[in-house]
Design a protein around this ligand. Structure first.
Ligand code: UDP
Ligand code: MN
Length: 411
């Protein structure tokens, strides 16, 4: 019995050799497999870097959206994830070779305002700025699509049932994923109607400078976090011709500084800046795009704005110059950053007489508006529903542009 189970010495030695050969072969195969899957240490394949970085970017964006949007909704993380671009690897390279000095503002109008802002920009906002700036540093296809645009609409509690409801029934349906409403209250009904696109800025209600600047600041910050190529602001009394907006932006590059909009005054605005050091006031002039007509900023431009006006600093600049949000925007872009306004006549606010826009050109206009003043409507002249059903003329306009909508009469 023993002779069967107990092996002789040479036999044991042979078995040991066999086992060792097998072990070496297994280790070798494992190494081969590991190499083909992961490569050598220090020569990571690019996808693993992207994977490692993306959750960080998404979390950061989520946090900001959460800060503004009171109730979290399924669409917000989705929007954040969608904007985490697969080009992160090229981005990281650019960050390393990035020249820090070019986020500085070149000229400072008042010692008080901008030395402080530029100083702060170097430290606190730097990393944040870099991660944002990097998005445009990657080669972009020359085509702008609807999904490249972040459309923000400023609204307020009192206008939800009137102005917001009208937008939701008309042009919002053509840009549901790209349009976000910035308001000042929670509203579950419209939160649901907009599929989670109502952002409670917690700014105060009211048509005064501070409240308006507070919302604009929130719009800008959420845009910066979105990673989109274009930021377009509108008021809640605007009709946005969505395909025309896309076509307009397709003519410009988001990696070049663009401030597109329309002034409502015939000469540049002249303002007097207080100076702490001298008793004299400094006179400056600049153009600004009327907020009520809508305007668009390229990502490149907003990245230059980030260190001086991002993270809520837009409000401080508004406080400093004591002008409304759209004027503050013009001050930052034209005066501080020296980027001129490019006038686009296809934007329209109710400061213009709407009836002068010819109906055969409706398809070519980017925005429209309406106002009720002194018992009279300033509205576009358009055939369609009667004035009682459609006093603001937006349903009729919408049916002219997009006749297949369910509420439009059969043609
Ligand atoms: N608005 C606001 N809070 C208010 C009143 C108005 O946020 O208390 C917003 C409004 O939703 C709109 C913009 O500010 O988007 C301009 O308001 P409105 O059209 O009433 O005035 P306008 O400045 O055009 O005369
Ligand atoms: Mn208005």
């Amino acid at each position: 019995m023993m002779s069967l189970t107990v092996l002789s010495l040479p036999q044991r030695f042979k078995r040991l050799l066999q086992a060792m050969t097998l072990a070496v072969a297994v280790v070798y195969m494992t190494l081969l497999l590991y190499q083909s899957a992961y490569g050598y240490p220090g020569m990571q394949p690019q996808h693993s870097q992207v994977d490692a970085n993306e959750p960080v970017a998404a979390t950061h964006r989520d946090q900001l959206l959460q800060d503004y949007a009171h109730s979290s909704t399924p669409t917000q993380p989705a929007a954040a994830a969608a904007s985490a671009s697969p080009t992160t690897v090229i981005i990281r390279k650019d960050i390393r070779s990035f020249n820090f000095s070019d986020i500085e503002v070149s000229e400072r109008p008042t010692a008080t305002l901008l030395t402080e802002l530029a100083r702060r920009s170097r430290n606190g906002e730097l990393l944040h700025d870099l991660s944002q700036r990097a998005v445009t540093a990657t080669p972009q296809p020359p085509i702008t699509e609807l999904d490249d645009i972040f459309i923000s609409v400023k609204t307020t509690k009192n206008y939800h049932d009137t102005r917001l409801a009208l937008i939701i029934k008309t042009w919002f349906q053509l840009a549901r994923d790209q349009t976000w409403f910035f308001t000042d209250t929670d509203d579950h009904y419209y939160q649901e109607k907009t599929k989670g696109h109502l952002i409670n800025t917690k700014c105060s209600q009211g048509h005064f400078r501070k409240a308006l600047c507070c919302k604009m600041s929130a719009e800008l910050d959420v845009f910066l976090e979105s990673g989109k190529k274009w930021f377009c602001h509108f008021d809640d009394d605007n009709y946005v011709n969505v395909p025309r907006l896309v076509k307009l932006l397709d003519e410009y590059s988001p990696s070049v500084d663009w401030y597109l909009g329309k002034p409502s005054i015939s000469s540049p605005l002249e303002i007097h800046l207080d100076s702490k050091n001298t008793t004299t006031n400094k006179k400056i002039t600049f153009w600004f795009a009327t907020g009520g007509a809508g305007f668009c900023l390229s990502r490149a431009l907003t990245l230059k704005m980030l260190p001086i006006a991002g993270g809520g600093k837009f409000i401080s600049i508004g406080d400093k110059i004591r002008f409304p949000d759209d004027v503050t925007m013009g001050f930052i872009i034209e005066h501080l950053l020296k980027v001129p306004l490019t006038v686009v006549d296809n934007f329209h606010s109710h400061l213009e007489p709407m009836e002068f826009i010819r109906s055969e050109t409706f398809h070519d206009q980017v925005s429209f508006s309406y106002a009720h003043m002194k018992n009279q409507w300033n509205v576009i002249k358009v055939d369609g529903f009667d004035l009682k059903t459609d006093p603001k003329r937006f349903y009729s306009l919408h049916c002219q542009l997009f006749p297949y909508f369910s509420f439009c009469p059969p043609r």
